[in-house]
Design a protein around this ligand. Structure first.
Ligand code: FAD
Ligand code: EPU
Length: 334
């Protein structure tokens, strides 16, 4: 076990804090051994692409590299694939596309690991992991016992699951099983610029590989590459509000983007709200809001977590003041 280790290479925001103790694990066996050290609190880290460190981390940081992708069951039209929680999510997507398995191509290029994907029910371009999720296996930190969580058990919601609520910090996810189509794939190109990008690529009848490639192209054009500019993707969730609040906004901003939800609420893109408050492309010290996507907070280099959090708080206050809407962070602030 290592001690006093810099977490700079282990978080995509590029924040330089130290872990008191640090261990990389490649199997459930090694995870159990790390748990038996008794060092607490325990923080499990995947790709570090959804965490903002605001201070040094006490206790044990476990960097998860549990490997393995295997077809667990084969049906006529679908397969169940069990994936080690330390597998890089996009590598799993590429594996699925290469093998002709459909269902996750719209979630191409989302950074991070398979094991972190259920935590916030990752999603992009009209698909969330809850749509393909069968079950996961997780070790309870306190007892070392292995539990299975079904789709229903996980209580998935928009960027939400039981692992951000009652089960927060209590389990380490070891593997996740997905149901993917083998044929009659449900090609989903209705969201955002996918259709337009496919047309530009000269694709008329898109395959899952074409959709994956289009999503990669769109994401690369909009989102900063964390290996170049530190960031965690969307810093806030897109807020859900009432039609009354929307009506009030539309009076002054008739073209405000919004999406009606089945439950009668309305979703307003946080990026638009933040841009309207004048933050887009604005730099404050070593941090700021990204020039191409206001919802993404970035590290210009050398930023610390406290200044990023201070900027986030200022953004929350100004959106609240101008629109009466409370933004909630999507990123886990530690
Ligand atoms: P980490 O950042 O390492 O961990 C996140 C949280 O999960 C922490 O609380 C951690 O303790 C916990 N955790 C991690 N692994 C486990 C485990 N095995 N068991 C229990 N708890 C665990 N997200 C989207 O949903 N959609 C997007 O389109 C999207 N785009 C992004 C684009 C960029 C450029 C970036 C940088 C991020 C983006 N994200 C997006 C956010 C991020 O990719 C996801 O949240 C991803 O699932 C995080 O994975 P990770 O392995 O890096 O998790
Ligand atoms: N917009 C602005 N200004 C901006 C950014 C966005 O006005 O600076 C408005 C535009 O009207 C645009 C709309 O917001 O059409 C939506 O923007 P975009 O398509 O970029 O998507 P988003 O709502 O900002 C969400 C997810 C992303 C996911 C994309 C694609 C959240 C919090 N974010 O972003 O997920 O990749 O949709 O599905 O739901 C993440 O979670 O980290 C993430 C990147």
């Amino acid at each position: 076990m290592k001690s006093n280790i810099s977490l700079l290479p282990f978080n995509t925001f590029g924040i330089d804090v130290k872990a008191e103790y640090f261990e990389e694990i490649t199997s459930t066996f090694e995870l159990k051994k790390a748990l038996r050290s008794g060092i607490r609190p325990l923080l499990i880290l995947g790709g570090g692409s959804n965490v903002l460190f605001t201070s040094d981390v006490k206790g044990l940081v476990v960097k998860n590299a549990i490997a393995g992708i295997k077809v667990a069951r084969s049906f006529t039209n679908k397969v169940w694939v069990e994936v080690g929680s330390g597998v890089v999510w996009h590598e799993f997507v590429l594996w699925a596309v290469k093998n002709g398995y459909g269902g996750i191509e719209n979630m191409s290029l989302i950074p991070g690991t398979v094991g972190a994907a259920p935590i916030q029910n990752i999603g992009a371009y009209g698909v969330e992991i809850k749509d393909v999720f069968v079950r996961l296996k997780a070790l309870e930190i306190e007892t070392g016992k292995l539990y299975t969580f079904t789709n229903k058990d996980c209580r998935f919601g928009y960027r939400d699951s039981i692992f951000k609520r009652e089960a927060k910090g209590k389990f380490v996810i070891c593997s996740v099983t997905f149901s993917l189509t083998r044929q009659a794939h449900q090609i989903n190109v209705s969201y955002g610029d996918i259709q337009k990008t496919l047309e530009q690529n000269g694709v008329k009848e898109p395959t899952i590989a074409d959709v994956s490639q289009a999503v990669v192209q769109i994401r690369t054009s909009k989102l900063p590459d964390p290996s170049v500019i530190g960031n965690c993707g969307s810093f806030f969730k897109n807020p859900e509000t009432t039609t009354d609040v929307l009506e009030a906004i539309l009076k002054n901003n008739p073209t405000a983007p919004h999406y009606h939800l089945p439950d009668g609420k309305v979703k307003i893109p946080a990026g638009w709200l933040i841009e309207q408050c004048g933050w887009k492309g604005k730099r404050v010290g070593n941090t700021g809001s990204y020039e191409k996507q206001a919802l993404v907070l970035i590290n210009y280099g050398g930023a610390n977590g406290k200044e990023v959090r201070a900027l986030a708080d200022q953004i929350i206050d100004s959106v609240k003041l101008k629109f009466g809407i409370s933004l909630e962070p999507e990123v886990n602030i530690l």
